[in-house]
Design a protein around this ligand. Structure first.
Ligand code: FAD
Length: 223
């Protein structure tokens, strides 16, 4: 059933990334890692992963794609109090609530469902080490540094690394996140969560399988 979403807060995180908080008509529940779908004018649909929820409020991070088919621009350019239609959360890319060590790999806005899953793992006090590899192209793309620093200082079982692929920036690793995938680095991890474009996910899966990780240890979301 279609419901109304009212935009109540909008913050620019980078030159093309927006954190947006919408108020829903009713409180709702979802499984960590799922997405909601906006039903836009002329019955276009666009999916967005859930970053956080709090009673009737839902937080999303949306990239304003200059060369997309327009709908990310339409949403990012909405003014406060604009109302959009949406449908309930869906999808199977959900956190396994196990005490197994987990490695999360993403780039750009593919961050959103994984950040949600990491926060939920920490809230559940899962007895697991959690590490995330955050890949970006340039320094200008950096976001959520304070949030990740705070998460790490409050949770001894959580760690993260930023990778910047297209320029050298002091204090950040200069390369692609896939460089981390070596036998030695991944030896303590038992579950792998990947969210990325299809070709990079396939590339990561190949690297993991070559290191004797089993398919049922790898969970993916492609878009
Ligand atoms: C399950 C799911 C969850 C998603 N969650 C998010 C989210 O949390 N935040 C978000 O910004 N988008 C998310 N998207 C993408 C979103 O649905 C739209 O595709 C995106 O906003 C672009 O819409 P558009 O009409 O402007 O361009 P489109 O014509 O839909 O896309 C143009 C091209 O850009 C690529 N693309 C789409 N999204 C991104 C992105 N974020 N970064 C880089 N390239 C991209 C697509 O692969 C496509 O080739 C998600 C998609 C899916 C399927």
């Amino acid at each position: 059933m279609l419901k109304d979403f009212t935009l109540v807060e909008k913050k620019k995180l980078t030159y093309d990334l927006f954190e947006m908080i919408f108020e829903t008509e009713d409180s709702f529940s979802f499984i960590h890692g799922q997405f909601i779908t906006f039903v836009l004018p002329w019955i276009w649909w666009r999916a967005y992963s859930i970053l956080e929820t709090n009673w009737k409020y839902i937080k999303l991070i949306i990239k304003r794609l200059e060369n997309g088919r327009w709908w990310s621009k339409f949403i990012c350019d909405c003014n406060l109090w604009c109302i959009l239609k949406w449908v309930w959360p869906a999808w199977h890319f959900t956190l396994k609530e196990t005490p197994k060590n987990k490695l999360f790999i993403w780039t750009g806005t593919w961050f959103v469902p994984l950040f949600n899953q990491i926060n939920w793992s920490l809230e559940l006090w899962l007895k697991a080490n959690l590490k995330l590899l955050f890949g970006l192209r340039n320094e200008l793309d950096l976001f959520y540094e304070k949030e990740l620093r705070d998460l790490k200082s409050n949770n001894s079982n959580f760690d993260y690394d930023y990778y910047i692929s297209r320029e050298k920036v002091w204090n950040y690793i200069h390369w692609r996140v896939t460089e981390f995938i070596t036998k030695e680095n991944i030896s303590i991890y038992e579950e792998f969560y990947l969210c990325w474009i299809p070709s990079m996910i396939d590339n990561c899966i190949e690297l993991l399988l070559a290191l004797w990780i089993k398919k049922d240890q790898i969970f993916t979301e492609k878009y």
